[in-house]
Design a protein around this ligand. Sequence first.
Ligand code: ACK
Length: 316
Amino acid sequence: YTRLPSGEEYAIPIDRKWEFHRGNLELGETLGEGAFGQVRKGYAIGLWGRLDPIIVAVKMLKNDATEKELNDLVQEMQILMTIGHHINIINFIGACTENGPLYVLVEFAPYGNMRDFLKAQRPQQHFSSGYEMPLHRPLLPDNREAKPLTYKDLVSFSYQVARGMEYLASKKVIHRDLAARNVLVAEDYVLKICDFGLTRNVAQNDYYRKTTDGRLPVKWMAPEALFDRKYSTKSDIWSFGVLLWEIFTFGGTPYPSVPIENLFQLLRDGHRMEPPPCSTIEMYQVMLRCWKYLPADRPTFSDLVQTVDNILSKAM
Ligand code: ACK
């Protein structure tokens, strides 16, 4: 049984093997907050037979959460539990479901979301050929000096996200909100897609909903998702194209000055974003394939894995 802050108790269906003893978890700082939930850093003792505490991310509800929000978190946990392991997704570790609030333990990614990570490492001057090194050495969040990101690093990021998405698609999971803000950066620059288990119902009047940094998630949406609410792996492919654009602009904001009403018309008219200065023509061509108006004309994630792998093997 888990308890809502209101005091009500709910039984959570979970295989015993995933239960983590609450007493062995120490909670740390808040990593992030969403509308109904929050993510905190946690130190898990005795995990995987290890003696040292393992740092995890703990997803939990906020104090004013309702039963519906608990259901959503449970549903997210169930997807995490059943989906299996892949290096390019945030993997499930376990959960505390008994004698207190529901805690969902997932892998911790020390460098936070990819968008902020890229922005922090944005070169002062764009390197036009795509092959030159950025000019300054930015700091990572823990004040270690970062190795400047090269074009090859950016292609590798693209490849990793494609691999993670190929895996999710093979498990019939539609992400619905694929964007750099939903990819986390772990040790050794391993990228991990997160928040793929969320249930999302974008209501008509929700088009103006903004992210915490004021950006509009509709700018990642495929036309058919935007106009007809038809979400599929193909609409994830469109979003992947926007994510590529984010990577090659070091966390740029798509269609920065375009109001939503104009966005609708622009997409219908076949307008697409310009090639980012740090991109190459081949990477831009990948973006354009993802932004084909008709879903059936877009590539699959397996196609993309192959294409980007080819580009990666040629990159210096
Ligand atoms: O870069 P951030 O502040 O760090 O933006 C998100 C925020 O919570 C909202 O989701 C942080 N966060 C979420 N999951 C994790 C995780 N598994 N590891 C590290 N940070 C996380 C993230």
